[in-house]
Design a binder for this molecule. Structure first.
Ligand SMILES: NC(=O)c1ccc[n+]([C@@H]2O[C@H](COP(=O)([O-])OP(=O)(O)OC[C@H]3O[C@@H](n4cnc5c(N)ncnc54)[C@H](O)[C@@H]3O)[C@@H](O)[C@H]2O)c1
Length: 124
């Protein structure tokens, strides 16, 4: 099972679809702040919430055997990141680290089974 954060967004939804096409099981976590429910591909399990919500991310890790995470959940507008840097720091950096810490604590460490899928930060 692969966790795709930001899977209701542009890149995350396409990635989730490609993973499903090749037979992977996919869980999506997205707060729908910038994403769209209709972009979530059929066949993916969806959780609505923040990647920085440790209670939620550890529940997802308990409920599914997460072997890897592809992290796309982020605010991603250059102009906005300049005018609202604190918001970007909180959402992208602080919440990103909380996600990684939560998943590592939950035992998501098998990052070598599928070379393209790594536990790491793609965005942020
Ligand atoms: N679009 C591009 O061309 C491009 C190129 C290079 C890198 N990136 C990076 O890839 C990542 C995704 O970009 P995108 O274009 O798909 O953006 P997007 O806005 O379409 O998707 C981001 C998704 O993350 C969700 N999200 C944001 N903060 C969240 C949080 N704290 N918890 C849960 N969900 C949250 C949003 O609701 C949205 O669905 C970003 O980090 C971006 O910088 C994008």
């Amino acid at each position: 099972m692969i966790l795709v954060t930001g899977g209701a967004g542009y890149i995350g939804s396409v990635t989730a679809e490609l993973l499903l096409d090749r037979g992977e099981h996919v869980v999506i976590l997205d707060n729908l702040d910038r994403g769209h429910r209709h972009a979530i591909p059929d066949g993916a399990i969806f959780y609505e919430g923040n990647v920085g919500d440790r209670q939620l991310t550890s529940r997802i890790a308990q409920e599914h055997e997460i072997e890897a995470c592809i992290h796309f959940a982020a605010l991603a507008y250059v102009g906005e990141s300049v005018s609202e840097p604190a918001r970007y720091f909180q959402n992208n950096i602080e919440q990103g680290f909380a996600l990684l810490d939560s998943l590592v604590t939950a035992g998501v460490r098998q990052i070598d089974r599928i070379p393209m899928v790594r536990l790491g930060i793609v965005g942020a």
